[in-house]
Design a protein around this ligand. Structure first.
Ligand SMILES: C=C(O[C@@H]1C=C(C(=O)O)C=C[C@H]1O)C(=O)O
Length: 383
């Protein structure tokens, strides 16, 4: 295991924030970086980091990338900081350009090709059952985008956890951040108690009582959405079962509402057999769940690589913190954008199964852009 690196100049150096009503973690600066590695080695690297005697806060913060084979970006901050007081400036100057990547039409055809693959998959445990396909929206402003002001805007929705995480950049590049407002908890650990709150199965929130009731009734009764959801719950239960003496999940999902979306949600709780099992080990084991990747994991990853025309980077990864006791919170990094200078890259994805309909997945991903669009003041083209 290589020693932790000193703070370098190839990362954004400060400004981690993770915030929800009643919970707020903010840090400044970088004391030491966790040697980067693949997601499966996260628990071991975090354990080795904390077993070395070190000064500074008892804390690692940062992000896991979507692709579990790529390097993560975690560090020990210099210090915790207080919640910023008062009002924030606008997050960006004027938005001067937006560009879909891919276009809505190209996304619909990728979904169509994905459905063909799913329908052609043979029966059997290893066959492809679900793939989460994402699309992007590039946004350019006429001034540098302030990630913290954007997060404050996003945090007007009390149902989400907002985050700002400094990301690695190439030497000489401007600092970059992942900024978002996630409704989805990958895993949280306090002592032996573990919670995961996965989502899958979604619809746009319409802001009209009767229409929303019809929409949520349909979501709760949809065999397609319940099936998409079940894959996620089963993967998390399968991952946690060997590590837990007790594991509980309600038999059917319930509804979770953000200001812009409805989701099917299941709150899973467990008690660890071994108090040494850290939140980093749990996050490393569970990520990426079928909520953002698909099932089975490996063929779904291969389908995503073949069908998506961009690298997800830290979108659909996880953001969070852990301390030396192993406690920590890890959220699924969705409803987010990579922010760098005047440019942003927004992402939204949707779970595809054999009976998905491409046009509806275009609509679902359009709806999932809304939280960020609203915060930036960009109209919904319904693209
Ligand atoms: C992939 C995203 O969302 C995920 C996919 C969902 C779905 O397919 O219904 C729901 C919530 C998230 O787990 C995203 O928002 O980009």
């Amino acid at each position: 295991m290589p020693p932790a690196q000193a703070a370098g100049d190839d990362h954004g150096t400060d400004g981690f924030r993770l915030s929800a009503p009643g919970r707020h973690l903010a840090t400044e600066g970088v004391q030491a970086r966790l040697p980067a590695g693949a997601t499966s080695t996260l628990g071991a690297r975090v354990g080795a980091f904390f077993s070395a005697t070190r000064s500074g806060p008892d804390l690692l913060v940062g992000a896991l990338p979507f692709d579990p084979h790529h390097d993560d970006a975690l560090y020990q901050p210099l210090q915790r900081s207080a919640r910023p007081a008062g009002t924030q400036p606008a997050p960006a100057g004027r938005v001067i350009a937006t560009a879909e990547q891919p276009s809505a039409d190209d996304y619909a055809s990728a979904v169509g090709r994905c459905i063909e693959r799913l329908r052609a998959a043979p029966d059997g445990a290893e066959a492809l059952r679900k793939v989460v396909l994402a699309r992007g929206l590039r946004v350019e402003a006429d001034a540098a985008i302030d990630p913290h002001a954007l997060a404050v805007r996003l945090g007007r929705d009390a149902s989400v956890t907002t985050y700002v995480v400094p990301l690695p950049v190439a030497p000489g590049e401007a600092p970059a951040w992942l900024v978002g407002a996630t409704p989805e908890l990958l895993v949280s650990r306090r002592g032996r108690e573990v919670v995961s709150h996965p989502l899958a199965g979604s619809a746009r929130r319409l802001g009209d009582g009767a229409a929303d009731r019809a929409c949520t009734d349909a979501l709760l009764a949809s065999a397609k959405d319940l099936g998409e959801h079940r894959f996620v719950v089963e993967a998390i239960l399968d991952g946690l079962a060997p590590l837990c003496s007790q594991l509980r999940a309600p038999p059917r999902p319930s509804l979770l509402a953000t200001e812009t979306m409805w989701h099917l949600a299941t709150r899973i709780t467990g008690t660890l057999k071994n108090a040494e099992t850290s939140s980093a080990t749990l996050a490393g084991l569970l990520h990426p769940t079928p909520a953002v990747c698909g099932t089975p994991r490996l063929p779904a990853l291969q389908a995503i690589r073949a069908l998506e025309p961009f690298d997800r980077g830290f979108y659909a990864g996880a953001v969070g913190w852990t301390d030396s006791s192993g406690d920590g919170d890890w959220y699924v990094s969705i409803r987010c954008a990579r922010v760098q200078g005047n440019a942003m890259h927004l992402f939204a994805g949707a779970g595809i199964v054999a009976d998905s309909v491409p046009a509806l997945e275009v609509e679902e991903t359009a709806a999932k852009f809304m939280a960020l669009r609203n915060a930036l003041g960009i109209d919904d083209a319904r693209a």
